[in-house]
Design a protein around this ligand. Structure first.
Ligand code: PEP
Ligand code: MN
Length: 338
């Protein structure tokens, strides 16, 4: 439930509500809005007596949160969340943040070359996997810590924030030391213990939608992270499994406005995993921005033919620069900036 305070209610009234919520064995989350303050009550409140809170001084009303996810819901927070990277760049709000880089960190030279190219074209963050979730155990698994060191050097040289995947709980500490955004891959969207561990971190998270997850399951995964206190979650639509064969995954762009309707979290689109085809990436970037995406994450490779992972969906730095020019025009048309 949400306790909506009256406009002009004071600090001690809010504190009293918080105290009562804790006495009920529930968690509180105070959100100070521009017009009024609300206290979101988190936990299983089905058998709690709402009238206790309704009569407190300064309380306007107590309303149930209808969605199964709470912290992620627009019912709890009306203002859209803007994720701020340590570099100062933002994802959400007016700006569409573009994250780009190779699928995997393959070598120092490859990563640095791509990092400089995407920075030059206007990316705000460098993506690149050091730990790779591979279907085949004999495929390239990533450079692990060596890959993280290369990413850190790329950050130093370019000033780009680093986005990289963390696959297991035992990697969280290490990956968090090197990266600015923790990526949770599609295959781990319902790894609930990992989500909770990420929730203990105080770093932005890029949460990929599972390839067969409904939007409700996706938002409940975000809730796992937020319930532990990490509220900087970006939802990433990366395509879902369908019967289609002309694409690797079917990029469900209607998820962007639908997620915006039910959640305040920024929505990022990944047209690389989302199509699996480099010739489809540019168009889908434009479509994503037109649909209201708050960010894009794109695979860029300086030599896609020889990429160790996902070469077929990787665009070249030249294609990336052209794509950036075209999405700037789309962004302007929908009152956004790239
Ligand atoms: C990736 O970004 O390279 C990746 C493995 O993504 P996903 O988890 O969406 O498949
Ligand atoms: Mn990839």
């Amino acid at each position: 439930m949400i306790v909506v305070m009256k406009p002009g209610s004071n600090q001690s009234q809010v504190e009293h509500v918080v105290k009562l919520v804790r006495e009920m064995g529930l968690k509180d989350h105070v959100i100070v809005g521009t017009e009024r303050t609300v206290v979101a009550v988190i936990g299983d409140d089905r058998f709690k007596d709402r009238s206790v809170l309704e009569t407190v001084d300064g309380v306007d009303k107590v309303v149930p949160i209808l969605a199964p996810y709470k912290m992620a819901s627009v019912e709890v927070k009306k203002e859209r969340t803007v994720v701020r990277l340590p570099t100062g760049a933002t994802v959400g709000g007016k700006s569409v943040g573009v994250m780009a880089g190779p699928c995997s960190v393959e070598s120092r030279q490859q990563t640095l070359e791509i990092a400089h190219a995407v920075k030059e074209a206007g990316a705000v963050a460098l993506r690149g996997g050091a730990f790779k979730p591979r279907t085949n155990p004999y495929s390239f698994q990533g450079l692990a810590e060596k890959g993280l060191e290369i990413l850190a050097e790329a950050r130093e040289q370019t000033g780009l924030a680093i986005v990289t995947e963390v696959m297991s709980i035992d990697q969280v500490k290490l990956v968090a030391e090197y990266s600015d955004v923790l990526q949770i891959g599609a295959r781990n969207m319902q790894n609930f213990n990992l989500l909770s561990a990420i929730g203990e971190q105080r770093k932005p998270v890029l949460l990929k939608r599972g390839m067969s997850a409904t939007l409700e399951e996706f938002l409940l995964a975000a809730e796992y992270i937020m319930a532990r206190g990490n509220e900087q979650v970006m939802l990433c639509e990366r395509g879902i499994r369908t019967y289609e064969e002309y694409v690797r995954n079917t990029l469900a762009l209607a998820a962007v406005p639908e997620l915006h309707r039910v959640s305040h979290l920024p929505v990022v689109v990944d047209p690389s995993q989302g199509t699996g085809k480099s010739h489809l990436v540019d168009c889908m970037c434009r479509a994503a921005v037109a649909a209201g995406a708050d960010g894009l994450i794109i695979e860029v490779h300086n030599d896609p033919e020889h990429a160790l992972t996902d070469g077929a969906q990787s665009i070249t730095p030249k294609m990336f620069a052209e794509m950036m020019a075209s999405i700037r025009r789309i962004a302007a048309a929908v009152d956004r900036e790239v």
